[in-house]
Design a protein around this ligand. Structure first.
Ligand SMILES: NC(=O)c1ccc[n+]([C@@H]2O[C@H](COP(=O)([O-])OP(=O)(O)OC[C@H]3O[C@@H](n4cnc5c(N)ncnc54)[C@H](O)[C@@H]3O)[C@@H](O)[C@H]2O)c1
Length: 328
């Protein structure tokens, strides 16, 4: 069994490859080539925590996986990660566990890449400005995916914690210098999004993080954060203004994401507003962007197929390049 740490994964895998891995995952998911039961959530009330178990199987890849990602917000006071995670990769021919991969790194790659796929497939080709709301654990890979998908002049970042906003913008300007995009802090979310062609929201917010009326025509919004029925980052106004609404998995989104469930419940939108899963756009079965003026929304909660395809590709590359630690 191969143990793959964060450093090992970063040595063999890039955001560009992660975007391709997610494209394959979304296509396979839409073709019914993956078995992805809805994830199991178990609440640990005593510790204010949630265990999340995410299984997936793809016969065509001869691989299965199980990601365990546990949300324990109080860990921050114990100096521990608030979302500890690992991915187990299983050999589909023998059932033998072939690898344990650092779950945070896999999650960051595949979650950033989901927005990367959306921007690549649905974003305006001439997109020049980006906005990122939220500068926590998932933000760096969201930002990299955005600048990987389009050649942007500037990305404005905003977090309700301004100290974190400025520190993040400075750090990312250095880390992503090779892309040549200016990364600057914004003093409000509306300032960040007003001129943006590409927008990511990646926060655990329970009320909208920007004003939907300020989003400009032609923008593509990737909404990453909300994964429980009470969570909502997106101003429903944006859903009313959007001409198309895509998902990673409509079924998964409808089982958990307040961003869609709340406006459905209060009648702001109906299911007629749903366009479908992005995998079907990639397969050519569903229309994507049709003009430069339409506002398009992509809602992702993350599906096991992304973890599986991403982990399998990292594992294959690590084997090829002799990277990782053998455990027997
Ligand atoms: N869609 C997916 O596949 C996927 C995968 C992983 C995580 N997530 C979700 O994404 C969200 C963010 O994850 P993270 O690990 O980066 O969280 P985090 O706790 O590390 O960071 C969240 C950041 O959002 C900021 N924030 C909160 N409310 C805000 C608001 N109203 N305006 C601006 N900033 C605000 C916080 O200050 C913090 O810096 C979580 O809800 C997480 O569950 C989704």
């Amino acid at each position: 069994m191969l143990l793959l740490s964060r450093a090992d994964i970063k040595q063999v895998f890039s955001m560009k490859e992660a975007i391709e891995a997610d494209k394959l995952a979304f296509k396979m998911f839409s073709q019914g080539k993956t078995e992805v039961p809805l994830r199991t959530q178990i609440v640990a009330e005593k510790q204010n925590g949630t265990f999340l178990f995410m299984p997936a199987y793809a016969p065509e890849l001869d691989a299965a996986s199980l990601k365990i990602i546990n949300i324990f917000p109080d860990n921050i006071d114990k100096g521990l990660p608030s979302a500890p995670a690992q991915v187990l990769l299983v050999d589909g021919e023998t059932g033998v566990i072939s690898s344990v991969l650092d779950g945070n790194t896999v999650t960051q790659f595949r979650t950033g890449a989901a927005s990367g796929v959306a921007f690549d497939v649905l974003g305006r080709k001439d997109a020049k400005e980006g906005a990122l709301i939220g500068t926590g654990g998932q933000a760096a890979s969201q930002l990299e995916a955005m600048v990987c998908a389009r050649d942007l002049e500037v990305v404005r970042v905003y977090d309700m914690n301004f100290e974190r906003t400025t520190a993040f913008a400075k750090r990312m300007a250095e880390e992503l210098a090779e892309y040549g995009t200016k990364i600057v802090p914004a003093s409000s979310s509306d300032e960040a999004i007003t001129n943006a062609d590409l927008i990511v929201t990646v926060t655990p917010a329970t009320s909208p993080v920007f004003e939907g009326s300020k989003v400009k025509a032609g923008a593509t919004v990737s909404c990453v954060g909300s994964y429980q029925p009470h969570m909502q980052e997106m101003d429903p106004v944006i859903l009313e203004r959007a001409s198309k609404l895509y998902f990673d998995s409509e079924e998964a989104v409808l089982s958990e994401a307040g961003d869609i469930l709340i406006p459905l419940e209060d009648g702001t939108i109906t299911k007629d507003k749903f366009t479908g899963d992005i995998g079907n756009v990639l397969l050519g079965d569903l229309v994507g962007r049709e003009n430069e003026q339409e506002i398009i929304v992509f809602k992702t909660v993350g599906i096991g197929a992304q973890d599986l395809v991403t982990a399998k590709q990292i594992y294959d590359l690590a084997r090829e390049k002799n990277v990782g630690t053998e455990w027997s």
